[in-house]
Design a protein around this ligand. Sequence first.
Ligand code: ADP
Length: 717
Amino acid sequence: MMNAQVLFPVNVPGAFDYRVPAEMSVQRGDFVFAPIGKQMKLGVVWDIVEDDGTRTLKDIAGIKAAQPLSVDMLKFAAWTSAYNCVSLGLVLRMIIRSYKALDPSPVVTQFSPSGILPAKMSPARNAILELGGPFPARASEIAQRAGVSAGVVRSFEKAGGMTAQSLAVDRPFDLPVSDYGGMDLTPAQKNASDDLIYQVAQRDFNVSLLDGVTGSGKTEVYFEAIAEALKDGGQALVLVPEIALTQASMSRFKSRFGVEPAPWHSQLPDAQRRRVWREAAQGRAKLVVGARSALYLPFPKLRLIVVDEEHDTSYKQEEGVIYNARDMAVVRAKIAKHSVILASATPSLESLVNARTGRYAHVILPERPGAVTLPDINLVDLKDHAPEKGDYISMPLIEAMNTVLTRGEQAMLYLNRRGYAPLIICRNCGEKLKSPDTDSWLVEHRTTGRAMCHQTGFSMRMPKACPECKAEETLVPVGPGVERVAEEAARHFPEAKIEIFSSDTSGNPADIAARMARMEQGEIDILVGTQMVVKGHNFPHLTFVGVVDGDLSLAGGDPRAGERTYQTLVQVAGRAGRADKPGHALIQTHQPEHEALAALEAGDRERFISAELALREALLLPPYGKLAAIIISGPDKAKAEAFAKKTVSLAPRAEGVEILGPSEPPIGRLRGMYRRRILVQSEDSVNLSKYMRTWRGRIKVPNKYKLHIDIDPQSFM
Ligand code: ADP
């Protein structure tokens, strides 16, 4: 007798056993219906096992006619679940992102002229024929265009003047053309692309680190590897940070492959999601460009995953199933035996070490194509160049902006802080405005006249009086946000066209595209931006970048703070001088002696990397040691603390593992829930995921409390 283990896409640790009726034939990965309690649920056949028939089991009720998940996909799900210590059912739920995609596309009836003129014509029928296309089209569309009623279209069809056909609503994606377009590569680019093509042509597991300075043409180079992957029906996936998924980047694919790729991200409308998922699962969408969750699309013929800007923190999913898409991309490739390209101008230290020890191929692009040079980077020591009282832009930045604006070029000011001021304080009583249920200051947003919590999205009208002492007109903004910097810039350059680019000013893709186009065409003189400006934009007339606070990301308890600062500042500075005019960047800092900043000024990446790696090695931090975190939260402060302590007491004893905490994180209360963090640090040889799973198995989470495990945490808030 045969039993099937069926996994359901819900928060359960594993699959349930069912009997396979004698007349039914199922295989691993099939979508099936099976009863749970009184309900019939859709699940996936996880495994098929021999059974002696002694247990009474319920029957599988039926098989869904849908493309089964491949055995590789099941293995990938199992790996994701085990490594990240999350339930297998939740991983399955993350894979099945569209139930409708399991069914065939819905169909619509579309009409086109038949070429036959019925005996009885009318002005309305003539109006349809005079349209000239595009056909076939829905009755309602034709009616609207011709200014007639939809009934006219249908009766015209009955009379023989039009033909009707049923067409799928979800059209397949046009096929990319491998040799459609592209640039003449420089010799260095050609070498790099040959190396990558060679790797992809192996049709086996391998990882390449494409390590090229900003603007070196990494995209053009990995396009060649994609072309190799697409040969004889292969599929390729390009992962990009979510905010890099712009129309401009899609157009680059179109110039190279003749068609836009299938897009995937968390905000995709349902119909699009259904279409992309189904086409990817059927192996028909050949080229998908998406944010991190695209990694869990069930491609059957994947040959290559490109992780662009592989150092980017947005590859880490911090909620629900906590995983790092960059690391899981390598796992997926290993299981399905194909290539991965990790591309960055500032690779993570983890990837660099893997490249240096030979686990990854190291493909280097040392310069920008043609005569384009990298920007000069200099530090502005704020001890020597203090801005005017109450101001944030120092004289050297003002002078540099003046120089480029006089030449008719553009300047950018970078500050990774939304709003006008990060803190609102009462000068009468000293009260700081706080979020109501979260340990976070309210941020003043002057454009909207509101005070906002950036952790939860809570916002209220900027109060006129202090909520504590009730004194009026005493609330003052403390510190700068982009709005305040823009205001200051406008004071210095009253004639200049200044725009702010942050998630508050630019929400939707159309707005971002419009702003980017204005910048590209030189309609903006000074762009003041948050991290939204860092990624993937090419502004040919931008020649100066001023960093308002180079120390901002050095604060806090993140062991990667130095690395992040270095990466961000290289990327920000790299926006300058990307075309024929040379670029320059100035970074304001109170810590010019910090390794990350000093190495930036010296233009010496190696110096920063060796210093940082030595530090990590000494402290047993990644990539020389491992980290994991447990985050506990609950409605009562004392109970959350007690539960956290109890959790620590249940930790398995093991050689080479150290447990730190519990401690109160920087955000001790979030949406009314009290939080505690436990940090686990281990030697590299320890299987930390396994250790965490064993530990998790001993913990019973009280009602209303939550416990999350975060393997290799990137955020320490
Ligand atoms: P990266 O991804 O390394 O930052 P991009 O691929 O975005 O670099 O290229 C930077 C700019 O240089 C783009 O505008 C691109 O079109 C241009 N470019 C790249 N390679 C070439 C080349 N061989 N010839 C001319 N322009 C190039």
